[in-house]
Design a protein around this ligand. Structure first.
Ligand code: NAD
Length: 311
């Protein structure tokens, strides 16, 4: 599928008011696609929605969802959801509604609307505790948070209905970059630390500096979404979206301290369900999406901080 052949075809992007959904929609609009965006603004913001997007304000877990959406769509890109493992413990049933029931409703809609593909915002959280080695998509799923359980279950529903609507599940690792919600100090490791550094020069870290993650810049994530829509092969599979680079939290903190001088760091207890360490096996990114070069954490952080205005 190319933009020129499909400008009349409609793409449904959920979570269009959020960090990643708005960036994906922006890119699709720039490529000439017609985008219908969905959000209930429970977390996202209206000003994030690109102006060329036709906005439908609705809860994607609501029973009457389909009646508010276009009768036919070419593909569904589902990014709406509650995006924090920590918050998922506050109200697991709400998390189930936002991340799992919503996906089931959209799978049903995608089928009735004739969608040829369903791209889903899954997460590294589906893996849970892993060995200190790159995590492959075939690893056993042992999620540690309600959030991870919900994302894993959503993937299960996608598999069950894949004969009707083929899917790609993008298991995103720690996504960061401009556009992240700098007011939400419970979601997004990089944005939390950067927000604290810029506002008070004091970072409070929940958990140890030895934990490790795979930090992936928003532009690389958007590229993965566009490729998953246009060229991912084979379908009906999960693909990690990370860089394959293992970065300890302490290294991340050092980089932020260099970019925001005089920032001090304090450590407190970790949050429930926090994975100690994880980083991606990126072979499927290469074979299925053709991606092997990524923005370095150093460069991504610098751009993020330069473009972030907390006022
Ligand atoms: N940010 C990350 O590092 C990361 C990593 C892995 C997976 N994900 C997943 O990617 C998706 C997007 O994450 P994000 O960082 O952009 O989060 P975000 O909170 O910025 O965006 C999510 C959007 O979904 C909307 N939303 C939530 N529940 C909804 C509902 N029931 N109906 C309609 N809209 C609803 C929110 O208002 C928000 O605009 C989420 O599903 C998240 O779980 C994010």
């Amino acid at each position: 599928m190319t933009a020129t052949q499909d400008t009349e075809r409609i793409l449904l992007v959920t979570g269009v008011g959020g960090f990643i959904g708005s960036a994906v929609a922006q890119r699709l609009v720039a490529e000439g696609f017609r985008v219908v965006g969905v959000d209930d603004f429970s977390a996202g913001k209206r000003e994030n929605v690109p102006k060329q997007v036709d906005l439908v304000e609705v809860d994607v877990a609501a029973p009457q969802l389909a009646s508010k959406l276009p009768a036919a769509v070419h593909a569904v890109l589902h990014l709406a959801g509650q995006s924090s493992g920590e918050i998922s413990f506050d109200d697991p049933i709400s998390d189930l509604q936002k991340n799992t029931i919503s996906t089931l409703r959209l799978i049903d809609y995608a089928n009735s609307a004739g969608a040829t593909r369903f791209v889903f915002a899954s997460s590294m959280s589906v893996y849970g505790a892993t060995n200190d080695a790159p995590t492959h998509e075939e690893a056993v799923l042992q999620p540690l948070s309600c959030y991870g359980v919900g994302k894993s279950a959503a993937e299960g529903y996608l598999r069950v209905f894949s004969q009707r609507t083929p899917f790609v599940s993008l298991r995103m690792f720690n996504v960061y970059g401009p556009g992240q919600d700098m007011q939400n100090l419970r979601q997004g490791m990089v944005s939390i630390y950067v927000a604290q550094a810029l506002s008070s020069k004091r970072i409070v870290v929940k958990g140890s500096a030895e934990r490790y993650r795979d930090f992936v810049y928003i532009d690389d994530v958007v590229e993965a979404w566009v490729r998953a829509l246009q060229r991912a092969e084979p379908l009906n599979t999960a693909i990690n979206v990370g860089t394959g680079i293992r970065t300890e939290v302490g290294q991340l903190l050092n980089m932020i301290q260099q970019l925001v001088p005089d920032t001090v760091v304090e450590f407190t207890d970790s949050t429930p369900g926090d994975q100690f360490g994880i980083f991606a096996d990126t072979r499927r990114m290469q074979t299925h999406l053709g991606m092997s070069h990524f923005v370095s954490l150093q460069n991504g952080l610098r751009t993020f901080i330069e473009k972030t205005d907390l006022v």
